[in-house]
Design a binder for this molecule. Structure first.
Ligand SMILES: C[S@@+](CC[C@H](N)C(=O)[O-])C[C@H]1O[C@@H](n2cnc3c(N)ncnc32)[C@H](O)[C@@H]1O
Length: 251
């Protein structure tokens, strides 16, 4: 008996299918298992059925319901900045000697021109193969790497120096570093300051990965300043930058 399992997403090469392991499915349904994604079931199942002996084939569709997850895209509101005032989210990838993609800068600039905050997601490298292992087809993976806040801020400043758009000025641009937002007791860290203040902090200040960074936009309400001030490296400079550089009306 052949079974065609129709799921929203699945990949015959990958043993994990939406949390169901192929082996477990096989143990349950028997060895002759064909995994098919929904499109395949809809468009190619006839072909699969033709290939097999029709009387021995059953199409089994497992109903899937999407449960929407919590996301950093809204959890970021924990920093005190108004979610309505965020612009486009950007991703910052690990720079190498030869590869320094900087298109994120244009997006931050577009947000900055509208006075909007920018959520910067930091690169993570998990289950990466070295070029050699990849070329030789060896399934040996490098240790996981997570971009730190210090590295992210350095990369932002490096590109600012190249592009000179005046949007990521070390002593004048406010930012909020966040890690393990929504994590269990004592894991979440939120640290606010100018880019140069964040850059001068020792790594332990930012806690364990995952990390994200928010670049504060000019459309800054005094309540946002006051809330995020509770996380400031230096409350006085946080307030004075918000007042003098961002033009925020503070007492
Ligand atoms: C590839 S993105 C995936 C985002 C995920 N799909 C979500 O919506 O939360 C991974 C990046 O999101 C950010 N991130 C995810 N969870 C986070 C958390 N709890 N705290 C801080 N940053 C987080 C980090 O920048 C991390 O490197």
């Amino acid at each position: 008996m052949f079974y065609i399992i129709g799921l929203g997403l699945c990949d015959e090469k990958d043993i994990t299918v939406r949390g169901l392991e192929k082996e477990r499915l096989e143990a349950f349904y028997g060895k002759d298992l064909i995994l098919a994604d929904r499109d395949m079931v809809e468009t190619e199942s006839d072909e699969i059925l033709r290939d097999a002996d029709k009387k021995d084939v059953a199409l089994l569709v497992i109903p899937v319901r999407v449960v929407h997850n919590a996301s950093i895209m809204n959890a970021i509101g924990a920093c005190g900045l108004q979610l309505y005032n965020f612009g486009q989210t950007v991703s910052l990838v690990f720079f190498s000697e030869t590869w320094k993609p900087d298109s994120f800068y244009d997006r931050i600039k577009e947000n900055a021109d509208l006075g909007m905050h920018t959520l910067v997601l930091l690169d993570i490298k998990v289950k990466e193969q070295s070029e050699e292992n990849l070329a030789r087809g060896r399934k040996i993976y490098e240790p996981p790497r997570y971009m730190s806040i210090t590295q992210a801020v350095s990369q932002l400043i490096e590109i600012e120096e190249l592009r000179e758009g005046g949007i990521l000025t070390p002593d004048k641009t406010l930012a909020i570093a966040m890690s393990r937002v929504g994590g269990s007791e004592g894991q979440e860290r939120i640290v606010s300051g100018t880019l140069s203040e964040l850059l001068s902090q020792p790594p332990e200040v930012f806690g364990e990965p995952l990390h994200s960074l928010v670049i504060v936009g000019r459309r800054l309400h005094h309540l946002e300043v006051e809330y995020a001030e509770t996380f400031a490296v230096n409350r006085e400079s946080w307030r004075s930058t918000a007042r003098d550089v961002y033009g925020c009306a503070l007492d």
